[in-house]
Design a binder for this molecule. Structure first.
Ligand code: SAH
Ligand code: SF4
Ligand code: F3S
Length: 456
């Protein structure tokens, strides 16, 4: 039997693509191993969102440049972006395939097996989404599920439209069928994935929009938590908030990347919304009947960003009071329209703004998390940390909660929903002790969700 090793970089879409690739390879008789040294086929599923991510892949490949007995393959966003140039930089690579062509992957692997020196899957006009019955998910209870691939926006800094191609929504029937199958297999938490889930549009005559799909997924018996990412502010609707209000199984957390608090920068980024429109979406969530945690992404040092623009971003953090955020220094990318913009912000200045922003947000998180001490939060238990003796899970609002469980003994809590009393808080996580009584991991439609999360 042949063996393979795969390493994944980048976003959740890539993580899930890897699960599908692993399934497709297993169906061809390949067995996964845990190091490249042990493998006949070594695959890197790559990310090119920022320069650093791309560099990592080449340094991995460099390590093995004299290795003759293995087949090396580059998948994902660097594969799509660099194409056949990868063969020049790393001549020992034999397979280059972007995500829009994954439905051809079994065929490409077969060609390599038959002795073809080099194969590529780089077409972006693949009409198909990557449908495979074989996805090998890493978790037994949490599942990613793609609802839309690609992106039709053209944010000036971003490579994704070039690396993942145009938007393609899966049919609502295919999505619902997969959700039901997952529920039957014992999965209780589903995360719906897309670069912009809000622009989901059912290609079948039912024509469901995202809010409708979300509501239907949330009703599937056995599913206790539904998450979704990423939302684009220009396509975010009040209906989505209404679904979160009505369906307890939809987690009360929205990741709504803003990128900048300045209208001038937003326009230069081609984000298609203003600060005012963005704050309107935030207003819907703040007025919701259930508290909704809000997180975001911010880019500092976009070309032409002045000190005044940056202050607008800080003022936005103050106004929104995000529960958490990811922040990045602008990284110029090949193909992206912003490459042609002048007024680049010096690296040092980007670093300074990033530090200020992160310190500002840290103080907000310390304050917000401290208010949760004394409340009871429900977590889905994901792992045990032997170093601290704590179990680790997430609350519906997506906060990490580390907790001890008296009397759980050797009994595994993995995959269970546990009510935890929060006793301590930090900027990035909470800690606590479980209350007695855990509920089973198996699907049990109608089971109580525990105390509703409290977040002021
Ligand atoms: N589709 C999602 C985000 C995809 S990339 C959306 O539209 O929000 C994830 C995050 O990486 C982005 O939100 C952005 O903050 C950051 N990012 C993307 N391109 C970048 C670049 N060239 N430099 C720095 N950060 C970037
Ligand atoms: Fe990139 Fe913008 Fe598309 Fe998100 S919406 S993937 S940031 S182009
Ligand atoms: Fe990276 Fe591609 Fe995702 S560039 S962030 S892996 S879509």
């Amino acid at each position: 039997m042949k063996t393979f090793y795969i390493e994944t970089f980048g976003c959740q879409m890539n993580v899930h693509d890897t699960e599908k690739v692993v399934g497709a390879l297993a169906a061809r008789g390949y067995r996964e191993v845990d190091s490249p040294e042990k493998a006949d086929l070594v695959l890197y599923n790559t990310c090119s969102i920022r320069d650093k991510a791309e560099k990592k892949v080449y340094s991995r490949l460099q390590q093995f440049r004299r290795e003759k007995s293995k087949v090396f393959g580059v998948l994902g966003c660097v594969a799509q972006q660099e194409g056949e140039q990868i063969f020049e930089r790393a001549p020992h690579v034999r397979l280059v395939c972007g995500s829009a062509s994954y439905s051809r992957l079994p065929e490409l692997i077969a060609e390599i097996e038959q002795g073809r020196e080099r194969v590529t899957g780089l077409s972006l006009d693949a009409e198909q989404t990557f449908e495979t019955p074989y996805a090998r998910r890493r978790s037994r209870f949490q599942a990613f599920l793609t609802i839309i691939e690609g992106c039709d926006k053209s944010c000036a800094y971003c490579v994704v439209p070039f690396t993942r191609g145009p938007e393609r929504s899966r049919t609502s029937a295919a999505v619902m069928e997969e959700v039901r199958r997952l529920a039957a297999e014992g999965y209780t938490e589903i995360t719906l994935l897309g670069q912009n889930v809000n622009s989901y549009r059912d290609p079948s005559p039912a024509r469901w929009d995202f809010a409708t799909l979300l509501a239907r997924v949330a009703e599937v018996p056995g599913i206790r938590r539904v998450r979704f990412t990423t939302s684009h502010p220009a396509d975010f609707t009040r209906e989505i908030v209404a679904v979160i209000e009505e369906k307890e199984t939809v987690c009360n957390h929205v990741h709504l990347p803003v990128q900048s608090g300045s209208d001038r920068v937003l326009a230069r980024m081609q984000r298609l919304y203003t600060r005012e429109r963005y704050l309107e979406c935030i207003g819907w969530m703040k007025a919701a009947r259930r508290p909704i945690a809000i997180t975001t992404d911010i880019i500092v040092g976009f070309p032409g960003e002045t000190e005044r623009d940056f202050e607008r971003t800080i003022a936005l953090l103050d106004e929104v009071q995000y529960d958490s955020l990811f922040s990045f220094k602008y990284s110029p990318r090949p193909n992206a329209p912003a490459l042609a913009l002048d007024e680049q912000v010096p690296e040092e200045e980007k670093g300074r703004r990033l530090r200020i922003l992160q310190e500002y947000q840290r103080a907000i998180q310390i304050r917000k998390n401290a208010r949760l001490v004394g409340t009871v939060q429900e977590v889905l238990v994901e792992r045990f940390n032997p170093a601290t003796g704590q179990w680790v899970g997430h609350t519906p609002e997506n906060r990490t909660l580390n907790f001890t469980c008296a009397g759980s003994g050797e009994e595994s809590l993995l995959g269970r929903y546990v009510n935890v009393l929060v006793t301590r808080s930090g900027p990035n996580s909470l800690a606590g002790e479980s209350l007695t009584g855990t509920s089973p991991a198996a699907p049990d439609a109608g089971a109580g969700l525990g105390a509703p999360p409290t977040n002021s």
